[in-house]
Design a protein around this ligand. Structure first.
Ligand SMILES: CC(C)(COP(=O)(O)OP(=O)(O)OC[C@H]1O[C@@H](n2cnc3c(N)ncnc32)[C@H](O)[C@@H]1OP(=O)(O)O)[C@@H](O)C(=O)NCCC(=O)NCCS
Length: 175
């Protein structure tokens, strides 16, 4: 099963390739990106991006998660990542990050809207969830702009972060 490329006004969402590893390490390895995400280490070790990318094909094939590289349409530059994890569960969950130099231009919202549309159609989802650390309101703003609604807060006890910290939970009902 092939992972189709998606397009928006300014972006291409495509499957990651092994050649993207260096750019992933550079962008995701920024402390300002890793400090607000659940599973991106800092410093970002050599070889991790290659290993991560190598899991995408199987994850898509068995419908456990779908991961897209966010690229600029105008020049193909890889600027970030968007994924939907726990796809086959009752709680499919959005995740995303963008390289710091690309923040604040609406790119994440644009990617997220397309990703949600694609996943609802392709995987017949009943609901989509999202979480962000309470100290990271930009992420919650993205979710709200994409149609998710705040449903409550919790702490890191579900493993969202290694250090317990308050996070906010959002949901979109799809049926
Ligand atoms: C979260 C992240 C993906 C947002 O990407 P982005 O492309 O800058 O997001 P957008 O421009 O589409 O939207 C961000 C919105 O949040 C708003 N915002 C930014 N900082 C904010 C803040 N401190 N408080 C409230 N809103 C804020 C922006 O104004 C924008 O809203 P607007 O379009 O109405 O003006 C990016 O900051 C990032 O990669 N952060 C590090 C990784 C991360 O946090 N991932 C999410 C983990 S849950």
């Amino acid at each position: 099963m092939q992972q189709l490329t998606l397009t928006t006004e300014r972006l291409l969402l495509r499957a990651f390739e092994s050649a993207d590893a260096h750019q992933v390490q550079r962008l995701a390895g920024n402390a300002d990106v890793s400090s607000t995400t659940a599973n991106i280490p800092h410093p970002y070790p050599d070889g991790l991006a290659e290993k991560w990318i190598s899991t995408h094909g199987e994850n898509f094939a068995n419908q456990s998660r779908v991961t897209y590289a966010i690229c600029l349409k105008e020049n193909g530059e890889l600027i970030g990542c968007i994924s939907l994890i726990h796809l086959s569960s009752e709680h499919p969950e959005l995740g995303y990050w963008l390289g710091v130099e690309h923040w604040g231009r609406g790119y994440c919202t644009e990617a997220c809207r397309e990703m949600i549309k694609f996943c609802i159609e392709r995987f017949s989802l009943k609901a989509i969830y999202g979480k962000h650390l309470s100290r990271n309101p930009a992420s919650g703003h993205v979710m709200e702009k994409c149609g998710l609604t705040y449903i409550g807060s919790d702490t890191g006890k579900d493993g969202f972060m290694l250090v317990p910290e308050e996070f906010r939970i959002y949901r979109m009902l799809c049926e």
